[in-house]
Design a binder for this molecule. Sequence first.
Ligand SMILES: Nc1ncnc2c1ncn2[C@@H]1O[C@H](COP(=O)(O)OP(=O)(O)OP(=O)(O)O)[C@@H](O)[C@H]1O
Ligand SMILES: Nc1ncnc2c1ncn2[C@@H]1O[C@H](COP(=O)(O)OP(=O)(O)OP(=O)(O)O)[C@@H](O)[C@H]1O
Ligand SMILES: [Mg+2]
Ligand SMILES: [Mg+2]
Lengths: 250, 250
Amino acid sequence: MINQKGGVGKTTTAVNLAHGLALKGLRVLLIDLDPQGNATTALGVEKFTTSPSSYELLFSGTSAPHWSVTRYENLDLYPANISLVRAEMDLYHLGDERQNALRRVLESRDFPHDVVLFDAPPSLGLLTLNILLAARYALVPVQCEYLALEGLTMLLDTIEEIRNEQNTELEMLGCVLTMVDLRTKLSQDVIREMREHLGDRVLRTLIPRTIRLSECPSHGRTIFDYERWGSGARAYEALANEVADRLGVA
Amino acid sequence: MINQKGGVGKTTTAVNLAHGLALKGLRVLLIDLDPQGNATTALGVEKFTTSPSSYELLFSGTSAPHWSVTRYENLDLYPANISLVRAEMDLYHLGDERQNALRRVLESRDFPHDVVLFDAPPSLGLLTLNILLAARYALVPVQCEYLALEGLTMLLDTIEEIRNEQNTELEMLGCVLTMVDLRTKLSQDVIREMREHLGDRVLRTLIPRTIRLSECPSHGRTIFDYERWGSGARAYEALANEVADRLGVA
Ligand SMILES: Nc1ncnc2c1ncn2[C@@H]1O[C@H](COP(=O)(O)OP(=O)(O)OP(=O)(O)O)[C@@H](O)[C@H]1O
Ligand SMILES: Nc1ncnc2c1ncn2[C@@H]1O[C@H](COP(=O)(O)OP(=O)(O)OP(=O)(O)O)[C@@H](O)[C@H]1O
Ligand SMILES: [Mg+2]
Ligand SMILES: [Mg+2]
């Protein structure tokens, strides 16, 4: 999940898509690389004390430590840790390898997982760059607001540039529209504009703005565990199906 | 305006508070230091082509270039520029002075303005650090959501640390609650929790979630210019009065 625009639903999508895919029987690993550690909290895992953390993973060289489990079957996690706050500086001091730390570590061991999801901070710094060099696909949550459209072209150009130069396997999985409120003209305008400019790079599933989706993180539960048949869970279930289909792991 | 949590209303507050203060007759300067350039766009100023930009200001050494005007009387701006994307790396190469670039530049010339506002990106990197070392007050927009509370203690600790070590003049002006929807239990819980823990460090003014506030940036107009007597404008007018009062420039 990447987007340098803040508050667009990266974490909410990472956590609920991860659980949606796990419910389909896929083995999922979520790596929380945002220093805020919101994905770790949203999964009910104690932030900063659970070990090994994603920071330890990032700097483990060629021997990736074992992941943590969550309360959900098929869903494993490398939680965020307070040291992530200094990760960008620590990565910088690695010199030429600074962008490849994550990629090297993940290549260094076999993971039994079908899908690995990364939650990124709202920036295009070294942490996000490490993710883009390690990932096979980029999924971009786009909030259904005007300001969220602004930086999108720059982001898509950055993804294309990385694909051409540093990670030829990186593909655009697509953009997913979040916090959609079909009653407002703004949402309708944003959806239309996105579909006109990006065609099928915009996923069909629309994620509605629902109060339950903003409440569930405070209980440390995903939307599937909080309100199984509400509109939020149904939307993330549809997204899990659409993503699995595009990944060919349906 | 600072908060490393994304999408909490930093830009919306910077732009509408700036205009609110300008309407009170104060001369206001807004410096857009977010590479996304949302504040520049929200004020109807052409992003990336208007010069001199905040990037040029930041690296102008001891001769700060002249600012740009906006369509609003008493409101001046240093707009964002595409080069801001590499500003953090360029600041890093300044060595020991990397945190003081903005402070030095602003000290190098007299500004006729009563108030200077900074819009920061959603991170605690070198750009935000430069702002914290140059600023007299920190105003922290806090979205009325659970995940926005998570990183707040860390942010307040960072501000306190900077005040003790690098910028003894830095004070906490306060937290302003944004996107408040009093009909939801979540908003009520967040307001109560904030007031319990932070007392009068939480400003009295609550900014409601209104569709007009999310629409006005797409027209390049502030809320005062878009819907002068709606609930959004009245809230930002109250905030301008409360902030002017706390600054002693009422
Ligand atoms: N569909 C939705 N309906 C209602 N609220 C939502 C929805 N998606 C996200 N939210 C809420 O909006 C806020 C921003 O979402 P989230 O934190 O997932 O975004 P983010 O892109 O990860 O933010 P950051 O840039 O800080 O990492 C959160 O408080 C979240 O609970
Ligand atoms: N009070 C409000 N009512 C409705 N929408 C709002 C309100 N405040 C902000 N918004 C909308 O919410 C989104 C996030 O706000 P904004 O961009 O100001 O946050 P930010 O903290 O500056 O984000 P970033 O972290 O990316 O810089 C924007 O689309 C904005 O238009
Ligand atoms: Mg997040
Ligand atoms: Mg902003």
